[in-house]
Design a protein around this ligand. Sequence first.
Ligand SMILES: Cc1cc2nc3c(=O)[nH]c(=O)nc-3n(C[C@H](O)[C@H](O)[C@H](O)COP(=O)(O)O)c2cc1C
Length: 155
Amino acid sequence: MNKTNVLIIYYSTHHGNTLKLCQNLKDKYNFDLMDVKDVTHDIIRQYQTICLASGIYAFSFPKEIKDIVTNENFNDKKVFIIYTCATNYHHYDKSLIKQLLSFDNVNYLGTFSCLGFTTYGPLNLFKGIHKQRPNNDDILNLFKFIEDKIISHII
Ligand SMILES: Cc1cc2nc3c(=O)[nH]c(=O)nc-3n(C[C@H](O)[C@H](O)[C@H](O)COP(=O)(O)O)c2cc1C
């Protein structure tokens, strides 16, 4: 695929679960990919479409991702969200979406989420849960999400 004007900003510190999804998107769709700690104001300004991607920690997106939404300007941008977690029946993206929708003319395109390998706290005793996740099916579902919800907005 030709170069698109999409930047994925990721935070993925537990097992690289979210990064695995993002790397697959970079390889298939040629999206740019950047660790949230390397993102600057000038970089964000260059992109029309931003993806915020992260694991969930203590029922929330990490401060690093929330700070990007607080401190940067998302007016007129298209945004989508990706997250991995241990229990995916919560809408962990709710408050992030609310914050994003306060920008002028922002176009929120959707959220993809799936389970990720977790060894946090007592789960470590069982050698973790959701081993091998995200797996190939998760990645195919992610590609379907991109084709259904994102592609028509970015080309
Ligand atoms: C400190 C910590 C807290 C977590 N809290 C939650 C949580 O509240 N809800 C949940 O579903 N998963 C939780 N998880 C699981 C992670 O969201 C999950 O493993 C995710 O895939 C990690 O992504 P990463 O490997 O990209 O960092 C937690 C993991 C850690 C290490």
